[in-house]
Structure formats: structure tokens, C-alpha cells
Design a protein around this ligand. Sequence first.
Ligand code: ADP
Ligand code: MG
Ligand code: MG
Ligand code: MG
Ligand code: MG
Ligand code: MG
Length: 688
Amino acid sequence: MGLLALGTALDWPEAKKQAHLVRSWGIKQLLEIWNKAKGKERDAMLWGDEVEYLVVTYSEQDPKVLLSLRQADILTALANDTSLLAKGGCVPELQHIHRNGEPLPVFHPEFGRFMLEATPGKPWGIEFKELLNVEPNMKLRRCIAKDHMLPNEHPITLTTFPRLGSPGVFTEPAYPISGPKLRSQFVPDEIANPHIRFPTLAANIRSRRGRKVQVNVPVFRDENTPWPWKDPTVNYDLHQWPEDDDVRNGAAPDNFIHMDAMAFGMGSCCLQITFQAKNITEGRQMYDQLSPLGPVLLALTAATPIYKGFLADTDVRWNQISKAVDDRTPEELGEKNDRWRIPKSRYASNSTYISTDARLRPEYFDPDLVIDEDIKQQLLDGGMDDRLATHFAHLFIRDPIVIFNEDLQELDLSKTDHFENIQSTNWQHMRFKPPPADNSIGWRVEFRPMEIQITDFENAALSVFMVLITRVILSYNLNFYIPILRVDENMETAHARDAVLERKFWFRKNLFPTSRPSRSSAGGSGSSTPRSAHASRPATPIGPVEDEYRLMTVNEIINGTAYACPEGANNDSTSDSGEDFPGLIPLVESYLDSVNVDVVTRCELGTYLDLIRKRASGELWTAAKWIREFVKSHPKYQGDSVVSEEIEKDLVGAVIKVGEREQQGKGFRGLECEGVKDLGKLMGKFRA
Ligand code: ADP
Ligand code: MG
Ligand code: MG
Ligand code: MG
Ligand code: MG
Ligand code: MG
């Protein structure tokens, strides 16, 4: 996120009155950028990752692990340290890179006051060799972050803190619950970054909804889990805020872990990748082609099996964030009959395609996409094409949530603040980022669904894989289109426990841009139709859209149907339907074979591809599975879905140990069985 200006944030009743103005200025700013940048050409192929951390306090002698709320102090310490490396705590090989001229990493605030974000100092280029700098750079970021923390503070890359919101103290320092902004019965207001933007965001979402957010996640039913299960941490007898009625009005159904604040979603960590395209056309193509990959990568990176001290029946964070920022009113939710029903939260998988690709069939669109027709008309009048206008007219159905009074004096077309206000609070799994107002950089596409991984090796592997797959898509002009509603379905599927091995995803059967014969040329004398007659027309797609895709396992999608699973893998890639599919990894491999990569680089890239391959086949475990196994095999686990403070401490301790070993160069190459046993031993050591 960018720098946060200070100002007077309007509370919801006031902000609501200005929503229309902000939207209309936002559209004018968008048209300004569009007109300035639509013809921008030959931007470099750059990309960058974002890694988010939780900051925890941990030491062997303390009985508990806590979330440290010192984000501001840590960021200040980082900002005031001009060399960043001066303390010398970081391993020499890592420092070396930066002596060679690579700029130092950049640290950013995040929603949770216990979070940090770090990006490389400048975006990565497309040189294959440069891909090898990603992992050391991520390790260096973690090391520098740790270097600017207290000795008992640690940056860890778990997606969520296991007992966030559990009864008892879980933050350092501790604060009373509950506060006027969040009105949560589980977390204090101080859990959020204190910059006025964040508490206002949370308060205005709650206020717009007319009640607290309801983040309900199904509990995992283990042998000794009472059933039906009632969340034992819910208090039905609070009478401090009107919102305390929510649970008495059914907000906390049986068999669900109940959470009631934005922090339960936006307090989760993820791994995001931003690509710069050479021009807007390529950016729109990347946006569309990466879209159907979102749910597959979500399942492959699953890392979120615990909420509020209980094992959940889902493995990923996505829907919880979606619910945690769902500002829809009862009317918009369809609870009262109204013309303006909005089917999704403003944090959700994306709802439309935007490319000018001739292969984009009308059948792939959602026929019921909700858009603001007036906004669309303004964009069309301003010269934007229908598809892109539709995309933005969909984003602009949302109200701006945080409005600063100072920004409402006059419209400044040399800025993009009002546009960004709406754009940056539409948290979809892809984001199409126009150039900034000064046009200094190009059109970018952000890939947002991935869960953060415990080790930097894994985070680097997934980042590099996404870069390579993007190169493959562009080089081979691959076609991943399926109906957007199938992508939505896949996103739900990705939530299932061990979806990576147990579920199937809708996926396109033929990725190659075969020049299909048109209907008329397909048979008999039709073949004599002169080519030139159709020169400017796309090849007519034949057959119903439903025949273009089928259900596949992640193993089929990633490794292909020809992949022979080695022993130890528990996922079968042979297709039920008998239809061959090449697999994304073999496509990446053949792409790498076709370009000039030196042996060493190729070999290193191979270790990253190996991780992806083995995750998909089940030879390696997702973090979600590893965490579940850790909890299950913990001597104090009662088989009742409860993740106690003691288990939490050992789990976080094990994660810190993995990180320390990785920093020392003894990195894990995936969280396999061996790793779990190993960590079991480490755990034993901690528990004295
Ligand atoms: P946000 O939080 O809004 O997504 P950040 O600034 O935190 O934005 O992260 C943006 C990412 O994009 C970083 O990894 C950064 O290195 C990368 N990036 C910056 N400029 C470019 C560019 N011109 N092309 C591609 N990636 C870029
Ligand atoms: Mg960021
Ligand atoms: Mg951000
Ligand atoms: Mg972030
Ligand atoms: Mg986040
Ligand atoms: Mg981002």
C-alpha cells in the first residue's frame, strides 16, 4: 500500500452523503489516466512480490506466544536505519547481494497492528538469472525485519495467528475488549493499525452493514468434538453496544466458529504478485488468463486450518476475509426484496473478463453481473470500450468507505485518489492496476489469491512459478478461458480440507490457440472459403462452451495426465475421462527448454518447480495439512478441535525454528512428512 496521508476521516453517515461525489470524481480521474495511458507501449516486463508477516513474541520460558502490537515502532526503527544492514545480524551471503547494488527491501504497514509487509526495493526484471535473487531477497527481508525487533519478537509467515480472538490475553500489550470502532466481543480496537484509515474502515463497514461483520467458519468435527457444536467462546449476555444483540439474533449458528470483526480477515497474511505488461492489451490478456488459475493456486497454497483456537473444516483464508469486510446492507444481501441485490462481498473472486481477445466468448461472462449503468455510460462517452467500462462500472457499484474531508475541496485531475479509493477497496483475486497519474510506469496486473507460506523457499517458489507461467501464457498465447461463474465455483472448492488432493476443479481442456476451422469451412466445399474473407474476423468457436472444459484434479492441472506419480504420492493424475492434458509444469519445462537458460539457473528453477509438482501430487504437504498433523499429534490435543495455548506455543515455536534453520541456509525443501517428524522432535525440546 502507498503512503497514508493524514486527514479528517468521515464517519459513515457523513461519508455516505459524499459517496456519489467521490464516485463521480473517481470516474473522471480514471478517464484522465485512461486517455493518457491507453496508448502506452513497450513498458518493460517487470514484476514484484509482496510478503506479509505476523509479528509474535515468543521465548522458550514464556508460557504463551502473543501477537506483538509494535508495528509502528518496528516500522520507525526500520525507517530510521539508513543502512538497514548496519546491525549485521543478517547472514553474510544475504548482505552480499545488496553490496552488489540491489536496493534494500521496503517495509509497509498493514491492517493488523501485529502485521508487516515487505517488498523488494525495486521490481524484478525478467532475466531468468534474476529469478534466483527472489529467495535470498525474501530471506534478507525477514532477517532485516527481525533485526529491528525486540529479541523475543519474530516475523513469521503463518496466514493467521492460531488463537486470535480466543478468551484470555493474546496480544502484547493487552487491551480491554470491546472498543467503539470494532465493537467486537473477541478483539480490542487496538488490534488494528491505529492510523485513522484502518479503524474508520472497520467502523464504516460495520455501520454501513447495520451490524457487525459475521465471519463464520465451519468447525472441524474430530472424534471428541461435541455435536452439534456451539462456539463456547461466544458471550450472549453482553449489553454494551447495540451490536451486542447480533449473537442473540442468530449471528453465531451451531457448528461454526464465530468471529465478528474485520481483524479476523484482514489480519491474515498473503503472497501477492504484480506484473507489468508491455501495454494495456497485454495487461488485459494477463488479467483474464491468470483468473482461472486463482482457485488452483489457492488450493495449492492452503495454509489456514485454525481460527480463534479451533480447527476449522476449511483450509484457506479467502472466504473469511470476504466476510470480514462485507459491507453490504440487508437490501443488497437480498434479505429484503430490492432491485439492487449484490451477490458478492467487495472482497471476492473477480466477476468479469476484460480482454480484447477474440477467443473470449460471450458465454464466459456472468449474465447477471451487477454494474452501475450511469458510470458505464460516462466511461463509454469518455471513449472507453464496452468490456473495460463494464469492469469499472462493476467495481463502482461499491461506496467509498473511508473519505477524508480534506480531499473534497476540489477535483484534482492530476491525482488518482478518488479512483484509488474505490479501486483499492475492491479486493478481487485479480486486480487491474492502471498507471499512476504521472504515467511513470505501465499497466499492471496483480495476482492476489495465494496464501503466504511458512518458508521463504516456498514463497519464492510460488512467485517464480507464477512468473514462469505468465511467460508461458504470453509466449504460447495460451487460452485458459472458462465461464467466470465456474471460476467462482472453483474458488469455493478450494476451501475444502485438502482440496489440493481431494477435489476437482473446472479447467479448460485445450489450452492451445489452435486455429479452428470455421463452421462453413469444416465440411465439404466450405473449405474453399477464401481465408482473406475472414482475415479480420476471429476463428469461429465451434461446439457448446460446456465441451471446452471439465473437472480436473490439481495434479492433472499442474503435472498433466501423463505424470507417473512416484511412490508416496497419494494423488492420481490419470484422467477419469481418458482425456489427455499436458499440465502446467510440463508446459513451463518445455518453455524453459526453448529459451536460453544457463544450466545452473535451470537447475535452481527446477527445485522451485519440484515443490509445485510435489504439492500437486501429494508428495509434499500444504502448510494447512502440516499444521493439522502438528496439532493432531501434539500430546496435549484432546481430539476435540481445540487448539490450546500450549499447542499454539509449540506450533509457533516450530515455525520460528524452521525460519531460523532456513536463515542459516539449511532450508526446507517443502513441508514433507520428514519435516513434521523433525519438528516433532524440536517441539519435544521446547517442551522441556
Ligand atoms: P499494493 O499493496 O497496492 O499491491 P505494493 O506497493 O505493496 O502495492 O506492492 C506492489 C508490488 O509491485 C511490489 O512488489 C513492487 O515491487 C511491484 N512493482 C512496483 N512497480 C512495478 C512495476 N512497474 N511493474 C511491476 N511491478 C511493480
Ligand atoms: Mg502492498
Ligand atoms: Mg495492499
Ligand atoms: Mg498487503
Ligand atoms: Mg492482507
Ligand atoms: Mg498488493
